[in-house]
Design a protein around this ligand. Structure first.
Ligand SMILES: NC(=O)c1ccc[n+]([C@@H]2O[C@H](COP(=O)([O-])OP(=O)(O)OC[C@H]3O[C@@H](n4cnc5c(N)ncnc54)[C@H](O)[C@@H]3O)[C@@H](O)[C@H]2O)c1
Length: 248
């Protein structure tokens, strides 16, 4: 009998993660959002399809262990892990405090390690896949983003190593590298600039396609890499960036 495929999306309460949860649920996956934001419960229940949430700080070993324990009890299997949760601080290495460094690396990179660690035994049974949300910054760097660049580059290097380790088990591991994406985070950033309209025009113009992407456009690339459509693709970092990295 055909079984329902299941997916975990970290940081799925808003932005790109929410779009990933929506796209996966629309494709028939049973989705669980892992987010530290308690409003995720209401957001998950409003997503059409089978979607729920588990409150979890994905940078905490104990939180992740507990969330996976509950997920396994409720779902029994895992086909896809989307490591999406992340945070950005605009600071050069020189001006980054030790606390900020530890926070960014824990939120963006340790979380990928922890969730993958608990997901791998389940993915081995389903021959499933992992998709990590890196960034164009992980490929080409960014000014004033020392810790963020390290975390996003680290995600790509770790994914390539994991793709090699897990290929014999039939588990694929890939990354998506978005350019600028219209999310609450980015809209807030535009709002904080001295001339929001001028900076929006400037950032849009950096993308040869003339605009930034929607969260849905990134989510559809995640669905592709997660699915059987990408059955021979592993260890890649796929830019979804309107070619911004060609001229950045
Ligand atoms: N927005 C962009 O332009 C852009 C571009 C490239 C890459 N990204 C990456 O995409 C991912 C999502 O970005 P976004 O813009 O949608 O962000 P967002 O701030 O809109 O949403 C992030 C979500 O992650 C959750 N989260 C943060 N820390 C967490 C933790 N420790 N445990 C559990 N949940 C946590 C938040 O509660 C929130 O729901 C991030 O990894 C980001 O680095 C974003």
């Amino acid at each position: 009998m055909a079984h329902t495929k299941t997916a975990i999306v970290t940081g799925g309460a808003k932005g790109i993660g929410k779009a990933c949860a929506e796209v996966l649920a629309a494709a028939g996956y049973r989705v669980a959002i892992l987010d530290k934001d308690e409003s995720a419960a209401g957001i998950a229940s409003a997503i059409p399809g089978d979607c729920r949430s588990l409150t979890c700080d994905v940078s905490s070993y104990e939180d992740v262990r507990r969330a996976f324990e509950r997920f396994v009890k409720e779902s029994g299997r895992l086909d896809v892990l989307v490591n999406n949760a992340g945070y950005h601080i605009s600071k050069s290495v020189e001006h980054t405090t030790e606390q900020e460094w530890d926070f960014i690396l824990a939120t963006n990179l340790k979380s990928v390690f922890l969730c993958s660690k608990f997901a791998i035994p389940l993915l081995r049974q389903s021959r499933g896949s992992i998709v990590n949300m890196s960034s164009m910054v992980g490929l080409v760097g960014q000014t004033n983003a020392g810790a963020y660049s390290a975390s996003k580059g680290g995600i790509i290097a770790m994914a390539k190593g994991m793709a090699l380790d897990l290929a014999p088990d039939g588990i694929r591991v890939n990354c998506v590298c978005p350019g600028w994406v219209s999310t609450p985070l980015v809209d807030d950033w535009f709002g904080q600039q001295r001339n929001p309209e001028e900076s929006r025009r400037h950032i849009y113009a950096l993308h040869p396609l003339g605009r930034i992407s929607s969260a849905d456009e990134v989510a559809r690339a995640v669905l592709f890499l997660a699915s059987e459509q990408a059955s021979f693709i592993t260890g890649i970092a796929l830019p979804v960036d309107g070619a911004v990295t060609l001229g950045y």
